[in-house]
Design a protein around this ligand. Sequence first.
Ligand code: IDP
Ligand code: MG
Length: 150
Amino acid sequence: MERTFLMLKPDTVQRGLIGKIIGRLERRGLKLVAMKFIWMDRALAERHYGEHVGKPFYEDLVAFITSGPVVPMVWEGKNIVEVTRAIMGQTNPVESDVGTIRDDFAMDLSMNIIHGSDSRESAKREIANFFTKDEIVNYTRVDECWVYPR
Ligand code: IDP
Ligand code: MG
């Protein structure tokens, strides 16, 4: 199984959408293996968004992600990066495919509900920014045999 890093952004928390978004991931058959509820400080935000340093939207991005609590999570599943990027939709909700999370819940590029790693390499790095190995839980979901054929 592969893992990815997903994070519900401050807009999701403030709009009371945490349960709705997590529910969509759960019902797809993806497995939650770690989760926190935190208010990120600037240092963590800079580490998380390091790839965007120097871009015109960088300061606004860091200000937004530190503007309230967030829900960082690790999810597990086959092809998890591809599957979660597809469920999330395009970065800009205006361009997101109908039925994706960003299409269903967001109206603006800067408040687009959810972060998700874009490759296995970034997933590894991003997970390590937020979780220690001990904080990731290994378990079997009872319905796994009805999600993936043996
Ligand atoms: P992603 O979240 O779909 O992976 P990235 O390109 O990694 O998109 O950008 C990180 C976040 O920065 C986006 O989710 C979005 O909220 C914000 N962002 C990206 N491009 C712009 C922009 O051109 N203007 C304002 N915010 C942007
Ligand atoms: Mg990204």
